[in-house]
Design a protein. Structure first.
Length: 266
């Protein structure tokens, strides 16, 4: 999951989606938490950990990695980090599973022999998104993940079909508006060169009120605020110009600047 912002957002908001893919679905799948955790006393940070809820029986932890680029060291790193985390947290979990998600087999490391003890066990599952089947025969959750690997030409049509499915079918794992928000997020990332109006026309939706659009709009305002501050405008003038509060400008722009940059704004 290293730096894959789309999957990080999806799993952070909807951890239960990972269990649409795995063979071993825990009883309390809906209550799992997705976290990025640090292995104490090491330089390791594991970006995809699904933690069981308090009181779960058994207490099963899931480690996940989404790999969209070639990395021959993937298995060395992933299994090392996972086992070190378990070692640092002995007694907290009754069982563990590792899930590795690839868009296709071509991106899997060529050396599968070194870690065959893990790869051939029932505690590790490798998933290839392009081999899961055709979108219209799969659960909506898996469709969402397949959307990330669709070509730009196919993605627009698949997104519209998925939106139609969501609107017509009953969804238990996720609220319909949240699923559509995820589809919009994927589309905005995939077609970053398009304007909001062009994305709306492609999807047949009004995305102005979606979370991703609001986030992007906010980031644009913050970038504009930083430019205005560097030009010598006061914080109150900038806040008024970009329609943000003085507190927001201070916290998210001024306080994040280097001392030299702050001197320019004072």
């Amino acid at each position: 999951m290293k730096r894959d912002s789309i999957y990080y957002q999806i799993f952070k908001r909807f951890p239960a989606l990972i269990f649409e893919l795995v063979d071993r679905r825990p009883q309390e799948a809906q209550n799992y938490r997705f976290e990025s955790v640090e292995v104490k006393e090491t330089a390791f940070r594991i970006d995809g950990v699904f933690l069981p809820p308090e009181g779960a029986t058994p207490r099963v932890i899931f480690f996940a990695e989404v790999q969209f680029q070639t990395d021959e060291a993937l298995y060395h790193r992933f299994f090392t980090e996972s086992m070190m985390y378990l070692n640092r947290n002995r007694g907290l979990y009754d069982d563990w599973y590792c899930v590795v998600i690839f868009p296709s087999r071509s991106l899997e490391p060529s050396d599968t022999r070194t870690h065959r003890m893990f790869l051939n066990s029932d505690q590790v599952q490798r998933i290839y998104l392009d081999e899961l089947g055709t979108p219209d025969t799969l659960p909506i959750g898996i469709n969402l993940m397949q959307l990330t690997i669709a070509s730009e030409k196919a993605m627009a049509e698949q997104a519209k079909q998925l939106i139609q499915r969501v609107q017509l079918e009953s969804t238990t794992a996720l609220p319909k508006n949240e699923i559509i928000d995820i589809i919009t997020t994927i589309a905005v990332y995939k077609f970053s060169q398009l304007t909001r109006e062009e994305v709306e026309a492609m999807l047949g939706l009004n995305i102005e009120e979606t979370r991703i659009y609001k986030d992007l709009e906010r980031q644009t305002k913050l970038k504009a605020a930083a430019r205005f501050l560097s030009m010598g405008y006061s914080i109150s003038e900038v806040a008024s110009a970009v329609d943000l509060s003085v507190e927001e400008i201070t916290t998210e722009v001024v306080n994040s600047q280097t001392p030299t940059q702050q001197d320019r704004t004072e």
